[in-house]
Design a protein around this ligand. Structure first.
Ligand code: NAD
Length: 328
């Protein structure tokens, strides 16, 4: 199979790692770098001995796929030009700043028959991947994503910057649509919301309580989900899943350590898995390249990223007004 020719657009904090992996993944070839900042693009291009493109249009015809890793406010204008040239793209999260922009890109990508995916990287977290082994039907999700303040990312609210990861996971895990949002959001240091809490009620009755802060002294990325058959506690920073299932000898997989459940006469099966050394970005980019080579649907569909964005923007609006509301 032919190698996928790639480039990275925007090589700041995160884009440099996209370049590193495209250089190292066997199924692709890193052709070049484009960044509006000449110092950044020249430095990374020299590091990997690839072309430093002076204009976006210089990479047209030379690559099959790109990662767009610019600040969010530029995702739309860059992606529109790229997709128009029939180039597949992975846009970092959130897909765009507005739903109208995102929907336009999805329609354009369909029209051009290119692969469009979005960097909802937590889907590649080993702790989240572990859940694929189980029948997941959460009734209640609790997520905390706390980070220290960093001016990077403050072009958008904490909901689009950090909480969007957990919004995407909640949508993915519940496999349902959001029916109702209660939220609160506060701007503390930046001009946008820096801390937010949202309670999402899904059409299937599941509930997700999400908290995100970028003004925290302590970092934390945890998601816990509860369902009738068990409790799944994911430490996303440690890439570890602790799994507590109700033992049921009528089912096949009864592996794990047996722990008595209080005085109920029932037992819990406890198991843990995950690997801190697994690189989630490598997995994300490999999955993108594979989807291009096989002509298959990418693991993260652009339409899912649009749903996550819609929910995030609704949380921001409702949260800043400090009230509750219903999505129509
Ligand atoms: P950054 O500010 O460190 O880097 C952005 C780079 O893009 C800079 O080098 C800048 O010169 C360049 N740039 C700006 N406008 C451009 C344009 N129009 N064309 C080409 N280059 C341009 O930002 P970052 O922290 O690397 O974030 C970039 C994106 O990645 C954001 O959308 C952010 O939300 C996302 N991100 C995702 C994750 C994740 O967990 N998936 C983590 C961090 C950042």
């Amino acid at each position: 199979m032919e190698k996928v020719r790639t480039a990275v657009i925007g090589v700041g904090h995160l884009g440099q790692y996209h370049a590193r992996w495209y250089k190292n993944i066997e199924e692709c070839e890193l052709v070049g770098i484009y960044d509006t900042n000449a110092t950044n693009r020249n430095e990374i291009a020299a590091k990997y001995n690839v072309q430093s493109f002076e204009k976006l249009s210089d990479l047209f015809g030379k690559v099959d796929a790109v990662s767009i890793v610019t600040p969010t406010i530029y995702h739309y204008e860059v992606a529109k030009e790229i997709i128009s040239e029939n180039i597949s793209c992975l846009i970092e999260k959130p897909i765009t700043s507005t739903v109208a922009q995102a929907e336009e890109l999805v329609a354009l990508a369909q029209d051009k028959s290119i692969t469009l995916t979005v960097g909802h990287i937590e889907r590649f977290n080993p702790a989240v991947q572990e859940l694929k082994k189980f029948d997941i039907n959460p009734r209640f999700i609790e997520a905390h994503r706390l980070a220290a303040f960093d001016p990077r990312g403050t072009d958008v609210a904490v909901i689009l910057d950090l909480m969007i990861h957990d919004i995407d996971l909640a949508l993915y895990l519940t496999k349902s649509k959001v029916k109702k949002i209660d939220a609160s959001a506060i701007s503390v240091i930046s001009d946008n919301a820096d801390i937010a809490n949202a309670r999402l009620t899904f059409e299937n009755g599941a509930v997700a309580n999400l908290t995100a802060s970028r003004i925290s002294l302590k970092a934390m990325r945890k998601l816990r989900l509860f369902q009738k058959s068990g409790y799944f506690s994911l430490d996303l920073a440690e890439k570890r899943a602790d799994i507590y299932r109700l033992a049921d000898d009528s089912l096949d997989d009864q592996s794990g350590t047996r722990i008595p459940l209080g005085k109920s006469g029932r037992e819990i099966l406890y198991s843990k898995s995950g690997n801190k050394d697994d690189d989630m970005l490598a997995a994300e980019l490999r999955s993108f390249v594979k989807a291009i080579q096989n002509g298959s649907t990418p693991e993260i569909k652009a339409s899912e990223a649009v749903e996550a964005l819609k929910t995030a923007l609704a949380i921001e609006k409702i949260g800043l007004a400090n009230g509750g509301g219903v999505i129509d």
